[in-house]
Design a protein around this ligand. Structure first.
Ligand SMILES: [Zn+2]
Length: 382
């Protein structure tokens, strides 16, 4: 006997629409969507009343370093467990802990812990790692430590081919595209980021199989009308791009322009958040460097913006407000689009029968009411 559960009185976000008067039936996977008239309380062992709120596929964050004082690179077995436990509060049901430019032994230790976390249940799921650096541009290192930037060499990471899902690199540093081909064979998305590539180099990389661009606008040359650069290549192609929609990393007007210029299915909302996320202002740390958080903006001592303190619920809310896009489109940027990019759309990223029962229930302010992972309530607001 399946332990059936139901969510009633919700507005289900599905297939780019909002469905009302439907009941969502699930166990660890989604079992059915029923018209309200065909549902009776005896059909389910547990019923959640959404109270007119939205029922959305759970958010998938493909770029997050840390939150609540911990970082994916901490030599601490509890760091990822803490992230898995707290992230459902922000609507996240799955994520890619993201490593930074460090010495290889530290990156390896981090990938080992991420590998173990992929096997664990409870809280938000760890889908693998986003490896940001060390094969990046010194010129656009952002908050990454310059002394550990290395020449691109896939053999140095190959042993973690099953853990890495996205690797951010500067394509202008590659001798050829063999690196990209090896990543594709391992099912790893190659992403342009922390890069000084020009428009031609970026487009060439995209044609060679690079499918993703890391935090569009940040840590790359700005858009210039005679030098379109990476940003021009993103707006002029169907490559997927991350956006940090916190209104600090990218001005709301630029968020709107990206929304107008790009097919919405190629925009992926991320947080790029660091350990100070979900904590009050104060001193923090990122990639071995001191960070100061003031008015919820994180900077290095020299003023460089260093990661964010953004959460996925806030990213959805801000991008929705800033662009006037319909909510279903924005939700897809935090669920279906990242799932598709990771090759996981068959099992997650939308509310469809047979997929994982990963949901977030939120109101008109994108304030999270409850989060469900594999059919289990992992967060309910007080
Ligand atoms: Zn990052």
């Amino acid at each position: 006997m399946l332990n059936l559960k139901a969510i009633v009185h919700g507005k289900i976000i599905r297939e780019n629409k909002i469905w009302e008067n439907q009941v969502l039936l699930y166990a660890d996977k989604i079992i059915a969507l029923l018209p309200e008239a065909e549902f009776s309380n005896e059909m389910a062992d547990e019923i959640i009343d959404a109270g007119g709120r939205y029922i959305s596929p759970g958010f998938i964050n493909v770029h997050i370093h840390g939150c609540i004082g911990v970082d994916a690179m901490d030599d601490d077995d509890d760091a990822l467990a803490k992230m898995r436990e707290i992230l459902p509060k922000t609507g996240v049901t799955a994520f890619l802990p993201t490593t930074m430019t460090y010495d290889f032994p530290k990156i390896y230790r981090s990938l080992e812990r991420i590998k173990r976390a992929m096997e664990q249940n409870g809280g938000a799921a760890v889908l693998g790692a986003h490896v940001e650096g060390p094969f990046i541009s010194v010129k656009y290192k952002g908050a990454q430590a310059a002394q550990n930037i290395a020449q691109a060499d896939f053999s140095r990471l190959e042993q973690y081919g099953d853990v890495m899902k996205i690797i951010t690199l500067a394509p202008e540093q590659l001798a050829d595209y063999a690196f990209v081909e090896l990543c594709r064979q391992h099912g790893i998305c190659v992403s342009i980021g922390h890069s000084d590539a020009d428009y031609e180099q970026a487009l060439e990389a995209i044609h060679a199989g690079v499918s993703h661009v890391t935090h569009l606008f940040n840590a790359m040359p700005p858009l210039h009308h005679r030098k379109p650069g990476i940003i021009g290549a993103v707006l002029d192609s169907d490559v997927n791009c991350e956006l940090i929609a916190d209104n600090v990393h990218v001005h709301p007007a630029l968020q709107r322009m990206v929304y107008r210029a790009k097919s919405p299915e190629h925009i992926i909302l991320v947080t790029d958040s660091m350990r100070a996320c979900m904590l009050p202002d104060g001193k923090s740390e990122l990639g071995g460097q001191e960070v100061f958080v003031e008015n919820q903006v994180a900077r290095l001592a020299d003023g460089t913006i260093a990661g964010s303190v953004l959460t996925m619920d806030q990213a959805v809310k801000r991008f929705w407000e800033n662009t006037g896009a319909n909510l279903a489109e924005v939700v897809a940027m935090a669920s279906a689009n990242p799932a598709r990019e990771l090759g996981l759309f068959g099992e997650r990223g939308s509310i469809d029968v047979g997929k994982n029962a990963d949901f977030v229930i939120f109101d008109e302010n994108v304030s999270v009411f409850a989060t469900i992972v594999k059919g289990k309530k992992v967060y309910v607001s007080a």
